[in-house]
Design a protein around this ligand. Structure first.
Ligand SMILES: [Zn+2]
Length: 281
């Protein structure tokens, strides 16, 4: 009798759980923010073997997530100070010119959020087009993979093409050093996934939107939807072999979980996604 009762309770609990999966996730909404543009003279640097000599404009995006427990920012784009340069800032090697049309702080203000309101901050990786405004978030908890942390705050950040100045205010930040995947709010709705290769501790973010379902924010795991479909990465990646293995693993994950990939630098794909002041949910 007792066993039967337990079985009944168990069945009722299972039914309750199954029901709760249909409820909105604890992510309420996400703002997609234009965080600059990167104009390049030769796209083939990013797509070896094709697009030789072809100029291209990469988009650059930041993502602000409203979770029931607080705000999280993913990536920080090109530096806001570039907004004062109408012709952008060209890298010393001449291959990229970076623009920032609307400062990130202005987009945040439009949403009604100040940098100090953002409790959780993570970047896909530490290159300048993702860490440009990182210094605004020194009071947030910073989530970084250990190999990335060692490269950024070690003796030779420049060896990895990281600019130490972009991280000055993060030296004293609360840091959660990661060694793999991490569930930020503990409910599976926002999960950082280790995705190394482009840099030593590159990571991607899976956000479970209440209406659209799970979305993976790519960082620079791939630079274009084309690259995702064709398993193409730049030869200048920290580790090209590892980059390919990461793409394979994330494709397997995406297929198994029905997750769609949003490619940070793919301007054409992002043209179809609502931007601030609108949001996605
Ligand atoms: Zn990038």
């Amino acid at each position: 009798m007792k066993a039967n009762l337990l079985a009944l309770v168990g069945a009722a609990l299972l039914a309750a759980c199954a029901g709760s999966w249909e409820q909105p996730a604890s992510v309420e909404r996400m703002y997609v923010i234009e965080c600059g543009e990167n104009h390049v003279k030769d796209l083939s640097r990013w797509t070896p073997g094709v697009n030789v000599g072809k100029p291209h404009v990469f988009g650059d995006h930041c993502y602000l997530i409203r979770h029931a427990k607080g705000w999280m920012l993913w990536d920080s784009g090109n530096a806001d100070r570039l907004a004062a340069l109408p012709n952008g800032l060209t890298a010393p090697n001449g291959v990229i010119t970076a623009f920032m049309k609307k400062p990130l702080v202005e987009s945040l203000r439009q949403i009604g959020v100040a940098p100090g309101d953002i409790e959780h901050f993570a970047m896909s990786h530490s290159h300048g087009d993702h860490s440009g405004n990182a210094n605004l978030f020194g009071s947030s908890i910073l989530y970084m993979q250990m190999p990335e942390y060692a490269a950024v705050f070690g003796p030779e950040p420049q060896k990895y093409n990281f600019a130490a100045a972009n991280f000055e205010n993060l030296r004293t930040a609360r840091v959660m050093k990661l060694n793999g995947d991490h569930d930020v709010f503990g409910d599976g709705s926002v999960v950082i996934k280790s995705a190394p290769g482009h840099t030593p501790g590159h990571q991607v973010l899976v956000v479970r939107l209440p209406r659209r379902g799970p979305v993976m924010l790519s960082g620079d795991m791939v630079h274009l939807v084309y690259s995702w479909e064709n398993r193409v990465v730049p030869s200048f990646n920290f580790n090209v072999e590892q980059s390919g293995r990461t793409i394979d693993a994330m494709k397997e994950y995406a297929a198994r979980t029905g997750t769609q990939l949003w490619v940070n630098h793919d301007r054409e794909q992002h043209a179809l996604i609502p931007k601030v002041p609108l949001f996605v949910d």
